[in-house]
Write a protein that binds this ligand. Sequence first.
Ligand SMILES: O=C(O)CCC(=O)C(=O)O
Ligand SMILES: [Fe+2]
Length: 327
Amino acid sequence: MIYESENPLQLPILDVSEPLNSSSLASLATACREWGFFQIINHGISKDLYTKIYSLSDKIFCLPSESKLKLGPFSSLKTYTPHFIASPFFESIRVSGPDFAASAQNSADVLGHQDHDFSEILQEYGSKVTELSKTILNFVLMTLGDGFESKYYDSEFNNCHGYMRINNYTPPQNSDEEAEGLGMHTDMSCLTIVYQDEIGGLQVRSRDGKWMNIIPCEGTLVVNIGDMLQAWSNERLRSSEHRVVLKKPINRFSLAFFWCFEDDKVVSAPDDVVGQQHARIYNPFVCLDYLKFRESNEKGRFEKVGFTVKDFAGAVEVPMVKTENGT
Ligand SMILES: O=C(O)CCC(=O)C(=O)O
Ligand SMILES: [Fe+2]
């Protein structure tokens, strides 16, 4: 199958080590509204850290299937997603915060993996990317209104938590055709921070349905808005559909960090975020109820988008009939 896509998308690159100036704020606002994707640099996470995570994770991915299956999906730990759930070419290990070390160590213990580096390195990464999420969320709140970061960060986002997924893509080896590594989906998070290796393949869908390539660039991380923030912002921030396409028969590695509301959070856009001249697009909902809806809904299961937050909590009745590709 050929997955057509446009030329690379030029997403703004935000320097997160500096305060936002008015022009970077304006381009961030446009990117969050139109694409729900942007890139960051000077994030303080070294190439060396990614290389270490890659080599330690690779040791786990190289274990025989029967070992990895001790981690999930049917064992109590549920930290491993094997091939053929999201796609035939995708497998993933989940590490949950805030104690990333304990989560990683639990998985390592089940595998009988003696090496403590895995949990230490993931704790280091988890702590760094957690701080980064807070900084980025403050920037994103600034795009919604003057002073909205100080008005809303503590009251609405202070109990957010994060988890990561270490993703290993193994494309078919004897085929020149492109393969879908991860099907079209939206993230359920507030924010997602993605490291993709130099192989590339991440694509975002434009409003008119075109797939745009997000080309990897060394030192740059990709950030995208998730469903929770789309609903909380009354769609002033967009949670875009995206997917991963494997174009070469080479393994691809990525690391996605999901920054989410706490389970019992009631997600509801504040009046001044909605704005007086706009209708409220979502009914208030409990975060966990949406996560369960996505898990239990056949079309919404794991990475296959069928129903999203609009179907779940949209204020206007929408018929629940959709095709596989979400159109
Ligand atoms: O592998 C990637 O580049 C993106 C992964 C992704 O979209 C996800 O895990 O939700
Ligand atoms: Fe995603």
